[in-house]
Design a binder for this molecule. Structure first.
Ligand code: SME
Length: 149
């Protein structure tokens, strides 16, 4: 498996050559899914007022294209500014279902100058798929993306 370090180098490389932030997000989503096959859905939500709006993603279409800050795992992560890791989505009443196969989820806020601008959301069909290693990787990816927003 490609190391976190190498994946982060690739994201930095994408960031230094991307034409705009949406292209960077789309390319990063594809890169993450290619490098980590247990990331079945990878997408970005951007904060517009008090609603999270779906941006670039890879994986199945979702009906959750606009999520108010007070709803879902996505809303929880953006409103607290903290990463949320859910090992079993069926046990969390906040969870908004995207795909019936999804078993676990991680949502990482993306900040620019300390302010939450959006988030990186990942789903996996495997229970408890997101380890501390995944969390470390994704928090650093969010940091790189944040500096280019
Ligand atoms: N599960 C998320 C909704 C977004 S989909 O996973 C793409 C949530 O509970 O906020």
């Amino acid at each position: 498996m490609t190391s976190n370090r190498a994946v982060l180098q690739s994201v930095s490389q994408l960031a230094s050559t991307a034409h705009d932030s949406r292209t960077l997000m789309a390319e990063t989503a594809h890169l993450l899914q290619r490098e980590r096959p247990h990331y079945h859905w990878v997408g970005f939500y951007m904060l517009e007022g008090d609603v999270l709006v779906l941006g670039p993603f890879v994986g199945k279409l979702t009906e959750h294209v606009r999520i108010p800050l007070n709803q879902g795992i996505c809303g929880a992560a953006a409103s607290t500014g903290e990463t949320v890791v859910i090992d079993d989505v069926t046990a969390d009443p906040r969870y908004l279902a995207c795909s019936l196969e999804t078993r676990s989820e991680i949502v990482v806020p993306i900040r620019r100058d300390g302010r939450v601008m959006g988030e990186l959301d990942l789903d996996s069909d495997t229970p408890a798929a997101f380890t501390t290693d995944d969390r470390a990787l994704l928090e650093q990816v969010a940091e790189i993306i944040g500096t280019y927003l």
